[in-house]
Design a binder for this molecule. Structure first.
Ligand code: SF4
Length: 454
């Protein structure tokens, strides 16, 4: 997104960043290149770097005004300006001022999600420009007193004796965590899920360090502990009722999509989900075999119409479509209906056949201790089938799949496209295999025959 924002400036920007041979930023040469560019009268600087007193910063863009002052720009691939962004920007503003620059405006560029791309991208519509200088001016005083404290700390002979706290984790995980958190035991209260950090530190600071200690403490954490340590549990009646809605032929289905900030095709909005891959196992009957099907787009091409056509074809003969937590799948199909109204009947029929296979787990009608209180497929698959996990795969999460596909859509990538597309299909295949295994686990729990996966 930062590179795209260069389109907002009337003249070409001069790239000031310099890198070391191993690819890391070389601050000295970057600062020198920035100074030289300013001396040579360059008016739009990309990634300029500055030293100001004992501080250093870089910024996405600077544009010189006729008066000699500068407009500063930072680009966010988000729709809102977070408090953290404002704090970072305050540091940049302060360093720029310490370096001798007069700043007339400090803009944060965020993404305008209402923008709908036409044939070409209109960058002035895509980015929303907010001048945060008045806010940063107020925050700068606070920053000055923080810097005073930090400078004092730097002069100390030994590191300050501070306990671990929420500041170790937020807004970023501290680089020194491996040193300062050495004394945190393996079964510490920090391992508990679905508990706020504030609560965990309250327990920790009161001396309750481990999950075992928590069990015998005054704190009421019973339901959390039972969730993480529960025995295998099956609510036969509820699970039987759920299974009664599932009819053969069954299709086990999973989608992958990506949400680019920069709309890649006409008619697409920023962060609109673009489906590029589905995997499916089809099973005609309980004693039938599984057949695998998939569709994956061709990077850089709009995959949506082919995806929709392939999906309709594969779903046509199925009575039930089993999806694990189908929020994304439903969102994608509704998007396809909006895009291709002529396919509405077929796509609506798919929506009507979808059953959420995660429901019995989410509703606690089926539980295995190996799920460790978690219900995502990444935790449920190894629990129902310990011989399989995502660890053996090159792509191990939906986020990684989406990032990889976006890389393949980039002209500059140096990946083996065929191999990586295969890796993506393998990842999605594991997700649908997990669906089959979860369905089989439900059948086993009800003492029914299962689908053969051999
Ligand atoms: S991990 Fe970082 S934030 Fe936490 S105590 Fe150590 S240095 Fe401080």
């Amino acid at each position: 997104m930062v590179d795209s924002a260069a389109q907002l400036f009337p003249s070409e920007s001069y790239l000031c960043a310099r890198v070391n041979p191993e690819g890391t930023k070389n601050w000295n040469t970057s600062v020198e290149a920035t100074q030289l560019a300013i001396e040579n009268g360059v008016t739009v600087l990309a990634y300029p770097s500055f030293y100001g007193m004992d501080l250093m910063c870089d910024i996405h863009y600077l544009q010189k005004n006729k008066s000699g002052s500068w407009k500063a720009f930072i680009v966010k691939s988000s729709t809102k300006i977070s408090d953290n962004s404002k704090e970072n920007a305050t540091f940049q503003l302060h360093t720029l001022r310490e370096a001798g620059l007069k700043i007339s405006h400090f803009y944060v560029l965020t993404i305008n999600t209402k923008y709908n791309r036409s044939e070409k991208i209109d960058y002035h519509q895509l980015f929303k420009k907010t001048d945060v200088l008045p806010t940063l001016n107020k925050l700068e005083n606070e920053l000055k007193s923080t810097l005073k404290e930090l400078r004092k700390t730097l002069k100390l002979e030994t590191s300050p004796d501070l306990p671990i706290g929420e500041y170790c984790l937020s807004p970023y995980s501290c680089e020194f965590k491996s040193k300062c958190w050495k004394h945190v035991p393996e079964n510490s209260v920090f391992n508990l899920r679905r508990v706020s950090r504030e609560t965990k530190f309250k327990w920790w600071n009161s001396g309750v360090k481990t999950i075992d200690e928590l069990k015998h403490s005054k704190f009421e954490a019973g339901s959390l502990l039972s969730e993480t340590q529960a025995e295998e549990y099956v609510d036969h009646e509820s699970l039987t009722e759920f299974m009664s809605h599932i009819q053969f032929p069954i299709l086990f289905l999973d989608f992958e999509g990506y949400l680019p900030a920069l709309p890649p095709f006409p008619g697409v909005k920023p962060f609109q989900i673009i489906p590029f891959l589905f995997a499916a196992y089809k099973c005609e009957s309980i004693d039938g075999s599984l057949t695998f099907h998939s569709y994956i787009g061709t990077p850089k091409q709009d995959p949506r119409r082919q995806f929709a056509d392939a999906l309709i074809e594969i779903c046509a003969a199925s009575e039930t479509i089993l999806v694990y937590d189908p929020m994304t799948e439903k969102q994608v199909i509704r998007g396809l209906i909006r895009e291709y109204p002529e396919l509405a009947n077929d796509l609506d029929s798919i929506l009507n056949k979808i059953i959420d296979l995660a429901k019995p787990i989410a509703n606690k009608h089926f539980y295995l201790p190996a799920m460790k209180g978690l219900s995502s497929m990444k935790h449920v698959l190894p629990a129902v089938d310990p011989t399989n996990s995502y660890k053996s795969l090159s792509v191990q999460s939906g986020r990684a799949a989406s990032q990889l596909y976006q890389i393949l859509c980039d002209d500059q990538h140096d990946k083996n496209e065929k191999l990586e597309l295969d890796n993506l299909v393998e990842y999605c295949k594991m997700d649908v295999y997990g669906l089959v295994q979860v369905y089989n686990a439900f059948l086993k729990a009800l003492d029914r025959p299962v689908i053969s996966t051999n």
